[in-house]
Design a protein around this ligand. Structure first.
Ligand code: PLP
Length: 399
C-alpha cells in the first residue's frame, strides 16, 4: 500500500468545498437543495472578459508565459492599484498565480517555516490554518468576539506577539464574518505591529470591491510608508469579476519576496494560464460597470438575507458590511432533537439541516467559531427567500 505523507495527513480538505460536494450528491439524486455553502458569485463572467480570452486564444497566446505573469497583466494590476487605492506599485512587486489561494500558499511558503508563528484572527477563512500548517509553521488563532464586531484589538495583538511571530494575517472584508475594519482601526493594529515586532502582514483583500453601506475597503500597504517593505497584499479576480474558474489571483510584495515566490511557482506550475491572464487584463482595464452591477445585486441580497434572518427567533446575526456571507449564532437551537437527529454543535446542526430540510450551510467550526453557521448570499433572491423559509420551518421542528 502506498503510504500517505505526514504533510497530507495533517491537512483537512476544504470544509466549504466538502459542503458543496454533499449538496451536489443530493442534487444528482433529483432533490432540490437550497445551497448556501459556496463562496462564489452565481453570475457568469462578463462578456467583454470572455471575448478577450477567446481573442487571446485565437491570436496564439497559448504558450507558457513568464512565471510571475505577462508584462501586460502586471501593468494592468499596477494601473488598477493606482486607480482604486491610489497606490503606486512597480511590475517587479507583482506576481500572478492560479487564484488567490495559490498566492497565499506561495507567500507563506516563501516567508515562514518550522519554528515560526503566524497570527490568524478567528473566525478565519477555512484555508488559512491549513495553508500555514503545510509550511511547518504554527498557526496561532486569536479569537475575536461579536461584541467587538469580530475585530482584533491592538491589545490582543500586542499580547500575542512573540519573538517567533513572523506574520499577521488580516482579511478585511472578512470571510466568514463580513467584518470590514475602518482605516483607523487598521492603523492602530499596524502601529502596534510596527512598534513591537519585526513581523510582516499578509493582507488578504480579495473582497475589497464588495463593501456595503458606509463600509470602505482599505489597502493596508497604503497606511504607512514603511509598510511597503512589511506587507504582502493578496487579491484576485474570483469574487469581484465573477471569475472563480479562471483562477486568477495575485500578490503585491517587496521585490525579494516576489523573487522567492517566483522560484516556488516556477517549480510548481511554471506560470498561470496564459488565456486567463489575458482575461484578467480585460477585467482590470475594461469597463467597471459590471462590478457595480454585481455589487448592487449583492447589496440587495444582503438586505433581504439580514431581514429574513432577523425574523427567525433566537438567531443572532452579525450584520456583514462586506463580502457575501451572513454569519450567525445558532447555539439556541443546540441540544435538541430534529426528526430523530440529535443536534449538539454546528456540524451536527448543518448535517441535520441538509439531510432533513435540504438547506446547505457551512458549520462555524470550520472557521474556528463553534456555535455559528455561514450562509453565502451569492445566490438568487428566490433561493434566499425559499431557503430561509425552509430553515425557519425546520427550526420549529426542534424537540
Ligand atoms: N481569500 C478568501 C478570504 C476567500 O474567501 C477566498 C475564496 O473563497 C480566497 C482567498 C481564494 O480565492 P481564489 O483562490 O478563488 O482566488
Amino acid at each position: 500500500m502506498i503510504r500517505i505523507s505526514k504533510l497530507a495527513e495533517s491537512i483537512k480538505p476544504s470544509a466549504t468545498l466538502a459542503a458543496g460536494a454533499k449538496a451536489r450528491q443530493l442534487k444528482a439524486a433529483g432533490i432540490t437543495v437550497y445551497d448556501f455553502s459556496l463562496g462564489e458569485p452565481d453570475f457568469n463572467t462578463p462578456e467583454h472578459i470572455c471575448a478577450a480570452a477567446a481573442e487571446a486564444a485565437r491570436r496564439g497566446q497559448t504558450h507558457y508565459t513568464p512565471t510571475s505573469g505577462t508584462p501586460e497583466v502586471k501593468n494592468a494590476i499596477c494601473r488598477w492599484y493606482q486607480r482604486f487605492h491610489n497606490l503606486a506599485i512597480e511590475p517587479e512587486n507583482v506576481i500572478v498565480s492560479n487564484g488567490a489561494k495559490h498566492s497565499i500558499h506561495n507567500a507563506l511558503a516563501a516567508t515562514v517555516g518550522p519554528g515560526d508563528e503566524v497570527l490568524i484572527p478567528s473566525p478565519y477563512w477555512v484555508s488559512y490554518s491549513d495553508l500555514v500548517l503545510m509550511t511547518g509553521a504554527k498557526p496561532v488563532l486569536l479569537e475575536t468576539r461579536p461584541e467587538t464586531g469580530f475585530k482584533l484589538t491592538p491589545e490582543q495583538l500586542r499580547s500575542a506577539l512573540t519573538p517567533r511571530t513572523r506574520l499577521l494575517m488580516i482579511n478585511s472584508p472578512c470571510n466568514p464574518t463580513g467584518t470590514v475594519y475602518t482605516r483607523q482601526e487598521l492603523e492602530q493594529l499596524v502601529d502596534t505591529l510596527l512598534n513591537h515586532s519585526d513581523a510582516a502582514i499578509l493582507s488578504d483583500e480579495i473582497y475589497e470591491q464588495l463593501t456595503y453601506g458606509n463600509a470602505q475597503p482599505t489597502c493596508i500597504a497604503t497606511l504607512r510608508p514603511e509598510l511597503r517593505q512589511r506587507t504582502i497584499t493578496i487579491s484576485g479576480a474570483s469574487k469581484s469579476y465573477a471569475m472563480t474558474g479562471w483562477r486568477m489571483g495575485w500578490a503585491i510584495a517587496p521585490g525579494h519576496v516576489v523573487k522567492a515566490m517566483d522560484a516556488i511557482q516556477s517549480q510548481e506550475t511554471s506560470c498561470p494560464s496564459s488565456i486567463s491572464q489575458a482575461a484578467l487584463v480585460a477585467a482590470l482595464d475594461g469597463p467597471q460597470e459590471c462590478v457595480a452591477h454585481m455589487r448592487a445585486e449583492f447589496a440587495a441580497r444582503r438586505e433581504l438575507t439580514c431581514r429574513l434572518l432577523r425574523q427567525i427567533p433566537h438567531v443572532r446575526l452579525h450584520e456583514p458590511e462586506g463580502a457575501f456571507y451572513a454569519f450567525f449564532d445558532v447555539t439556541a437551537y443546540f441540544h435538541k432533537h430534529y426528526g430523530g437527529l440529535w443536534v449538539s454543535d454546528s456540524l451536527s446542526f448543518c448535517t441535520a439541516l441538509l439531510q432533513q430540510a435540504h438547506v446547505n450551510l457551512v458549520p462555524g467550526v470550520a472557521f474556528g467559531a463553534e456555535g455559528y453557521v455561514r450562509m453565502s448570499f451569492a445566490t438568487s433572491r428566490e433561493v434566499i427567500t425559499a431557503g430561509l423559509a425552509r430553515l425557519a420551518e425546520w427550526l420549529q421542528t426542534a424537540q
